[in-house]
Write a protein that binds this ligand. Sequence first.
Ligand code: NAD
Length: 360
Amino acid sequence: MAHSVTLIPGDGTGPELTEATRRVLEATGVEFSWDVQEAGVDVMETAGTPLPDETLASVRRNAVALKGPITTPIGTGFRSVNVALRHELGLYACLRPCKTYEGVRSRYDDVDLVLVRENTEDLYAGIEYEAGSEDAERVIAELNKLQKKQIATGSGISVKPMSRAASERIIRFAFEYARTHGRKRVSCVTKANIMKFTDGLFLDVFRDVSQEYPEIEPWENLVDAVCMGLVQRPEEFDVLVLPNLYGDIVSDLTAGLVGGLGVAPGGNIGPDTAVFEATHGSAPKYKGQNKVNPTAMILSGKLMLDHLGERDAGQRLEDAVAAVIREGERVTYDMKPSRDDPSAVGTNEYADAIIDKLQA
Ligand code: NAD
């Protein structure tokens, strides 16, 4: 039976990237019933919002979406559609596999790790008090009553809430992912030695949950040491689970290890729904030029195939992508030895090369 999937082309280069991805996914032989829905700056004028209700309703109905990047309009009063989607759908886990493919320009050749980032809490919870505001002064006065260490008047305040429930949910997600994907080790990345009641809580929960997965090695790490370790010995890392802020920063580091944004896929997953999208943004300056690299979007499609239980098709798709990149002929400009290489092909032609491999 065909899988019903919401397809959100997005804006900027999103429509061309999602179209290339849709064609490649269909070439795996898996059947899809695409429910195409709009979101982003292009639909704002007609719908009055960058995230129409029908789009959200469609993702809820289908439980799975493939989404192109969406520009965050500046100065319009609209918040990021990407953040709104994660919030509305309770997409608490951000999944970011980072793997080196032969042929991609990168300093490393043996990286194969998966980063699992908590998406809802921590310093990104959005609880902030502006320096000098009445609310900030009230918060400072209350906190100063509770401890000897005094916060200076006029400070800005950002709050870092982390709960046992949300920590357990993301850590369990990481272990379950490791178990179902045959991964051997899960690293917990925190600064628990300094922030005992937030990162320390996360680490406590990690110790508890890890007991339920005896076949997987738990590894406790500090985030500063992880940054150095990833640069020096990335091959030692397998699955990493991180609170929101460290996850955001370290996932860009790991994308850099494997060749950058053009090849970094992602998925945002909740209890009922999952939205798969590239790590990069809408690259609006290349809009409509059939130029940008759809690898990150196509590999996000591979994650979606895995999520839908189509692991075999996902593997065939990944193998086809790897083969085209390894040959290095029918690839986009950013995967050529020099960026002005005249033999580079466009987004569509690169997708055609992958389809040829799938159908060979
Ligand atoms: P960007 O990721 O769009 O671009 C950063 C750089 O990477 C640019 O030089 C761009 O040309 C290049 N690049 C990006 N994707 C590429 C690809 N597939 N192939 C080749 N080169 C690629 O980041 P930005 O310019 O900071 O953001 C543009 C817009 O996208 C902003 O409005 C931002 O808020 C939004 N954004 C959306 C998402 C999302 O939809 N999840 C994520 C990040 C940023």
